[in-house]
Design a protein around this ligand. Structure first.
Ligand code: CA
Length: 168
């Protein structure tokens, strides 16, 4: 009985510390319920409090973007070094995933060439370009390049690539 009471108070105080219901996601089945992070290709990041899904079918960037949206997420927003490193490590740790390049949710096609916008509508501040890339007048969508330690290249959007969705 005492254990039950302690457990209840523990969960309650943790939720208050988090300042919102989001803290509850860290407990057991709540993760699955809120973020639906179950599935062979989905990885939960407790630091980001989000789920990423590695999509191993290849699609042009616009199709990849719409596929993530249909699934309730968006193409991944790698807007910090910490988040970039989480993505990179996730790919590198899988023999199946680390074989090729991936679209991320960054493009300069919708607004203007040279102004890169994330799939959540924010303008990019953190970037991780391969030296000299990100300046093309004909390549508007951004891929992570396996052979360059997953640094970024602007690439023609029609190219069929694997991609990564995120769910928050
Ligand atoms: Ca390029």
């Amino acid at each position: 009985m005492k254990n039950v009471v302690d457990n209840r108070s523990g969960v309650s105080s943790t939720a208050e510390c988090a300042g919102s219901g989001k803290g509850l996601r860290h407990f057991g089945f709540s993760i699955l319920f809120h973020l639906n992070c179950s599935g062979a290709n989905r990885i939960y990041s407790p630091i980001e409090d989000m789920c990423i899904e590695v999509m191993t079918t290849t699609k042009p960037w616009p199709k990849a973007d719409s596929t993530c949206k249909i699934r309730g997420g968006r193409l991944i927003v790698a807007d910090s070094e910490r988040k970039f490193n989480f993505i990179k490590t996730t790919l590198q740790e899988s023999a199946v995933w680390r074989t090729t390049n991936y679209w991320i949710g960054l493009s300069d096609e919708p607004v203007a060439n040279g102004i890169f916008i994330w799939s959540d509508g924010t303008r990019a501040s953190y970037t991780n370009w391969i030296p000299g890339e990100g300046k093309s007048a004909t390549e508007f969508c951004v891929e992570m390049v396996r052979s360059r330690d997953y640094q970024w290249n602007d690439n023609p959007c029609w190219a069929p690539l694997r991609f990564i969705c995120e769910y928050t």
